[in-house]
Design a protein around this ligand. Sequence first.
Ligand SMILES: [Zn+2]
Length: 259
Amino acid sequence: MGEYTGRFAPSPTGPLHLGSLVAALASYVDARQHGGKWLVRIEDLDTPRCVPGAADDILRTLEHFGFEWDGPVMFQSERGEAYRAALERLPVYACTCSRKSLDSCQCRNLIHKPEGMHSVRVFGGRTIGFEDRHFGWFEQQVDDFVVRRADGLFAYQLAVVVDDAEQGVTDIVRGSDLLDSTPRQIFLQQELGMPKIRYKHVPVVRNADGEKLSKQTLAPALDWALAAALLNQAALHLGWPPAEAAGPRELLRELAGGF
Ligand SMILES: [Zn+2]
């Protein structure tokens, strides 16, 4: 496969839960099995939703569970300049519509002064397809979409693409809830002339009601005392045989194939 750099990119909106552990484990093991690097990025872009102390808690939890990342942790909250520079290179227009009038938005045909509070949208209009390593061929029409929100925050899609390129990420392994974000991200990579990335989306963990585990569905925080058992539970979800080592660090090494 050649050069491999993977990453795990949690949002500090609360503590890690089993769903995040599955994403971390899947990306970590894939990176180590390819002899690659594994990076951590804190996606604290949407500062109103971030919980103070959560980023620290996430990093300490990863350490406790035996994860070792390469290089410094990147924080999206420090990356505004890079997002601004990327935005300038995109074919965009200002959308001055309110939420109510958005359905009949004609802004792409008008020229608005790029001033004041308005959202910025990129001109879309082509189909993007890619070969997912788990789900196979996936394609979607990419229409115009927001790259900077009316409140001035850069959109998740833009930030992720700029950061992945900056960090030299070659492979993304993450939850299948992000599968339909991927065409928009590839679209931005193409517009910005950034390298191609390989993708593998793994099935997300659902609760008894069939909802994706998340802070919104009140997923419990990972219990440090149960680290080894939780790692095996995450491995089971990914369809892997359980590991037998006692401590989380040894168990994680065993799951990654004794690299
Ligand atoms: Zn509009």
